[in-house]
Design a protein around this ligand. Structure first.
Ligand code: NAD
Ligand code: MG
Ligand code: MG
Length: 341
């Protein structure tokens, strides 16, 4: 305890990144957020994209310069790889590696391909990470509000000797120095990120909300009531937790809710769930999950598509669409517009 070093803009050489040419490969969630923030921070940024793709159209509509991936890699000092994890190894082998040179910085927003050795970079190339701890669309929306999303930085290969300074300076340019940046390793970031998204923040939470919704509706309660109680209020509660921990949440809720929380919560997520989490962590550490995911995506992602469709057609999603189109939550502009970002 007490030995956590948090980097803020005041601790960082924020000018360093402005003397470098940055190629951002991909214009999806992170590519969109990071490239626009870099540009607005005064950095020299070019997108490396498939020339005829939809992403190239979207990026140009924001006034960003677009090159092919090959041209962008040749042009750049820093290559930030922001395409889906499962295609990074192929794109690296075919389009990035043949155009790379000694002394460049190969950068990632997640350690997956380096940690599981799907990508092995030559030893004269720097391998570093800047991983925002939030969705790319939020990286953008926070930046435009003068705030930032916290980031992790890591250095795996450091032939130039300044990998950490470059990573910090880049992280600052996407807004993270306004929030806080911490240093980690590729291994720790990869394994904890996968665990968090699988067991808790994405997998755990969505399964929890769906189960709660099913229990209420199967017991004959209105799906609209169920939606509000188990999904809509989640954000309002999490905002309190995010600001001041469980204590702030418990300060704000009623004594009735707090007593129910502390006595019933552990019955839902108890020893059995914790054991399931330990199994999930083991599969991450052994590389079993990485193999399963990679081969699923390589072999035509049938199972992935089926699960997506099943989840999309769950009643909680249909009810949610109906409710959200009728209510006004007070946000004037949506963070996600599928046609633009
Ligand atoms: P994404 O799925 O949104 O990226 C899609 C983009 O990749 C497309 O728009 C296109 O520009 C490009 N692309 C797709 N297929 C391609 C191909 N065959 N050839 C060339 N380009 C192609 O990706 P993302 O979710 O932003 O993730 C990018 C990286 O950031 C990943 O390593 C991910 O783990 C990491 N990350 C993502 C988030 C997030 O918010 N989504 C958060 C933290 C870290
Ligand atoms: Mg992740
Ligand atoms: Mg209530």
């Amino acid at each position: 305890m007490g030995n956590l070093k948090i980097y803020l803009d005041k601790d960082i050489d924020t000018e360093l990144i402005k003397s470098k040419k940055i190629a951002v490969i991909g214009f999806g969630s992170q590519g969109y957020g990071q490239s626009l923030n870099l540009k607005d921070s005064g950095c020299n940024v070019v997108l490396g994209l498939r020339p005829e793709g939809k992403s190239a159209q979207k990026a140009k509509a924001y006034g960003l310069e677009v090159k092919t991936i090959e041209e962008a890699v040749k042009w750049a000092d820093i290559i930030q790889v922001l395409i889906p994890d499962e295609i990074q190894a192929d794109v690296y082998e075919n389009q990035i590696k043949p155009n790379m040179r000694a002394g460049q910085y190969l950068m990632f927003a997640h350690g997956f391909n380096i940690h599981y050795k799907k990508i092995v970079a030559p030893s004269d190339v720097n391998v570093i990470m800047v991983a925002p701890k939030g969705p790319g669309h939020t990286v953008r929306s926070q930046y435009t509000e003068g705030k930032g999303v916290p980031c992790l930085v890591a250095v795996e290969q450091n032939p130039s000797g300044n990998g950490k300074e470059i990573a910090l300076s880049y992280a600052s340019a996407i807004g993270a120095g306004r929030a806080g940046i911490i240093e980690t390793t590729f291994r720790e970031e990869t394994e904890t990120d996968l665990f968090g998204e699988q067991a808790v923040i994405c997998g755990g939470v969505s399964a929890l909300m769906k189960a709660g919704f099913e229990v209420l509706t199967e017991a004959g309660y209105s799906p609209y009531m169920a939606y509000f109680e188990v999904l809509h209020e989640m954000k309002l509660i999490i905002d309190l937790v995010n600001q001041g921990g469980l204590a702030d949440m418990r300060y704000s809720i009623s004594n009735t809710a707090e007593y129910g929380d502390m006595t019933r919560g552990p019955r839902v997520i108890g020893e059995a769930s914790k054991n399931a989490m330990k199994e999930i962590l083991k599969d991450i550490q052994s590389g079993k999950f990485a193999e399963e995911f990679t081969s699923e995506m390589k072999s035509g992602h049938k199972n992935f598509d089926r699960l997506r469709e099943e989840n999309r057609s769950h009643e909680i999603e249909k009810i949610g669409q109906e409710i959200r189109s009728s209510f006004k939550w007070g946000r004037s502009e949506n963070i996600i517009d599928r046609n633009k970002n």
